[in-house]
Design a protein around this ligand. Structure first.
Ligand code: HEC
Length: 141
């Protein structure tokens, strides 16, 4: 009887110690998380006053070129006219679209337009980068 009581106490102490250790581990883990949050690059943090989605590059003032964005995010559909996408540099494909003006073209791209997903699927493209990519697509038309 006495022995089992002692064993119970030991068990309780072991459980309590375990809980303290586990609690400590959780505290350390969450601390590591918040440190990672605090030291992550400023480009990934939405700054006050920014509008829309910004990329790390855009936030630091270095927007990717229209050509780079086009090649990376738009060419998959706009090079060959996939899903009916107006082809890069094809005057016929663009003749009914250009008169809308750049503002509407950007808006349609940002919001998504029929078969085109929002931002042409480029979730980290800023509005500025979208516009550059459109300019690249219609250059010379
Ligand atoms: C998954 C394929 C796909 C991708 C990727 C894509 N587009 Fe499109 N895009 C389309 C299709 C399809 C249309 C035609 C939609 C319609 O008129 O029904 C279109 C139309 C457009 C238009 C014309 C909108 C209008 O008002 O007539 C612009 C501008 C445009 N895309 C820009 C972009 C840009 C910039 C990118 C890259 C950031 C991009 N697209 C990526 C499929 C795509």
């Amino acid at each position: 009887m006495k022995v089992s009581k002692l064993a119970n106490w030991k068990t309780l102490i072991a459980i309590a110690a375990g809980a303290v250790l586990a609690g400590g581990a959780v505290a350390v883990a969450s601390d590591a998380g918040s440190i990672a949050e605090r030291i992550k690059p400023a480009g990934q943090v939405r700054m006050a006053g920014e509008t829309g989605q910004q990329t790390a590059a855009a936030a630091s003032g270095e927007a990717r070129s229209g050509e780079a964005v086009y090649n990376q995010a738009c060419a998959a559909c706009h090079a060959g006219g996939v899903l009916g996408a107006p082809k890069k540099g094809d005057a016929g494909d663009w003749q009914d679209r250009l008169p809308q003006g750049m503002e509407i073209l950007v808006q349609h791209t940002v919001e998504g337009y029929n078969a085109m997903p929002p931002r042409g699927g480029c979730g980290n493209c800023s509005d500025e980068e979208i516009e550059s990519a459109i300019e690249h697509m219609i250059a010379g038309l």
